[in-house]
Design a protein around this ligand. Structure first.
Ligand SMILES: Cc1cc2nc3c(=O)[nH]c(=O)nc-3n(C[C@H](O)[C@H](O)[C@H](O)COP(=O)(O)O)c2cc1C
Length: 268
């Protein structure tokens, strides 16, 4: 459904012309989160192909320490949607996955094979699993987008981790780090547009870290862009991104480290 040329996608991302020798990567440049879906079902075989793509991602030490839990039962989905702050796309997506970091499997298999994985409670174990799960999920999303599907990640899956774990019978060592909605994009969704990104020099530093980010031009671009997706312009992008990391924003997630400990992570 999304057909922007590479040049158009680049222009929308950065507000300037692409370099002349840009490799043909337009499928990636066209990404946008999709929150409204049409009724076309996504067959199980398609999903199996996407899971294969997720599993084809690189994985730290070959551990494959993540698990996807799909939730297709409508009653269960409604509860999950509620746990995710009642986000409508969780309810309406043809497919919904909880992307879980998984140290339970490592523990269980270690016990069987006589190896005690006594570092599962370290920050390193948390990072390894979170990185692996994210790489796998993003492969799944890239593959989905390449065949015309749309996706939306759901960080709000972390709002009430214990309730989620209880609902889906997660053992200790399994934690839902984000959700993933998948479906064919609705033609009627005018908000599924390419969103601008920071100019490359802000995120790509050469030889050493540059400490003084100047995002004034990006803030100005975003002031023009926000109304396109129905957002007000009273707060700059700079202020919004800082607010993302303020305690008031986290809606309970500021106690995530405690929840993680209770669920078998960060216990060292
Ligand atoms: C880990 C993660 C969690 C996210 N959580 C949510 C969410 O709970 N609800 C939502 O509508 N979008 C969510 N998003 C989508 C972001 O808002 C979106 O990627 C960002 O605004 C950039 O827009 P784009 O993906 O259309 O380029 C999430 C994205 C990521 C990567």
């Amino acid at each position: 459904m999304f057909q922007e040329s590479q040049r158009d996608a680049w222009l929308q991302r950065y507000g300037e012309e692409p370099p002349p020798d840009l490799a043909p990567v337009e499928a990636f440049l066209r990404h946008r989160s999709v929150r409204r879906y049409d009724d076309r079902p996504v067959p199980e075989g398609t999903i199996a192909a996407l899971v294969a793509c997720a599993q084809s991602a690189a994985t730290s030490s070959y551990a494959q320490a993540w698990t996807l839990v799909s939730v297709q039962d409508s009653e269960k989905r409604a509860v999950v949607a509620n746990l995710c702050g009642d986000q409508k796309q969780v309810l309406t997506a043809p497919w919904f996955f909880c992307v879980c970091i998984d140290l339970y499997r490592s523990h269980a298999l270690g016990e069987k094979s006589g190896v005690i994985p006594d570092a599962v409670g370290t920050a390193e174990a948390l990072m390894v699993t979170a990185v692996d799960a994210s790489l796998a999920a993003e492969r799944m999303v890239c593959a989905a987008e390449a065949i015309g599907l749309g996706a939306c990640y759901i960080g709000a899956l972390r709002n009430k981790p214990q309730e989620l774990a209880e609902l889906l019978d997660f053992p200790p060592g399994v934690f839902g780090i984000f959700g993933l909605c998948l479906g064919y994009p609705s033609e009627a969704d005018t908000r599924a547009v390419i969103k601008p990104r920071l100019p490359q020099p802000i995120v790509w530093h050469r030889e050493k870290y540059q400490r003084e980010p100047d995002v004034s031009a990006f803030d100005a671009r975003m002031e023009e862009f926000y109304p396109r997706i129905g957002m007000d312009t009273s707060t700059t992008w700079s202020a919004r991104q800082a607010r993302r990391f303020s305690l008031g924003y986290l809606q309970g997630r500021e106690t995530l480290d405690e929840r993680l400990r209770e669920m078998g992570f960060l216990t060292d």
